[in-house]
Design a protein around this ligand. Structure first.
Ligand code: MG
Ligand code: ZN
Length: 174
């Protein structure tokens, strides 16, 4: 069983609530954050599986069709490919925020399912997020947790970094 890296999408991989996009409901609203392509390529080079686990309640709420989400994820993979970076798998929860499903973070089911599918050891793995439900899901799955953001907002994580690229040396060392 291997160590894996689980990444939240919005706010970790791509911009949200930035000067040019609020939420990502179409491919042209998807913009990689600085350093993310390099960060994922470095993880790839160390042969660490990289997964995306993302809550996409906009699907359940009707703001976005699943086919648009697929197109957004295709754009994500194309943008990453320009940096020589690739994802091993993408899991998303399409349910309404209050549907009470088992997959929406802070629940851990997306991580558990990916771990089973890809033979990943959750206690050796790391969940990276920019919001509290990401961290709660990571902890519930038994992973180490990384918060991307301001140290003052730290929701009881193992470590805080301002962006994904700066978190890579720590993640490699774990
Ligand atoms: Mg986020
Ligand atoms: Zn769900």
């Amino acid at each position: 069983m291997k160590k894996g890296i689980f990444l939240d999408r919005d706010g970790v991989i791509n911009e949200v609530l930035s000067h040019r996009v609020k939420f990502v409901n179409k491919p042209q609203e998807f913009h990689l954050l600085n350093g993310v392509g390099e960060a994922i390529r470095l993880l790839n080079e160390k042969e660490l599986p990289v997964f995306v686990v993302t809550n996409q309640g906009g699907v359940g709420l009707g703001y976005m069709k699943e086919i648009a989400l697929d197109a957004i994820h295709k754009k994500m993979e194309q943008d990453l490919a320009r940096f020589g970076a690739k994802l091993d798998d993408i899991a998303y929860c399409p349910h309404k925020p209050k549907a009470g499903c088992r997959c929406r973070k802070p629940e851990a089911q997306m991580l558990i399912d990916l771990a089973e599918k890809h033979d990943i050891s959750l206690p050796d793995s790391i969940m990276v997020g920019d919001r509290e439900p990401d961290i709660a899901a990571g902890k519930k799955a038994g992973c180490k947790t990384v918060f991307i953001g301001n140290p003052e907002d730290n929701p009881g994580v193992d470590v805080v970094f301002p962006d994904l690229l700066l978190a890579v040396p720590w993640m490699l060392f774990q």
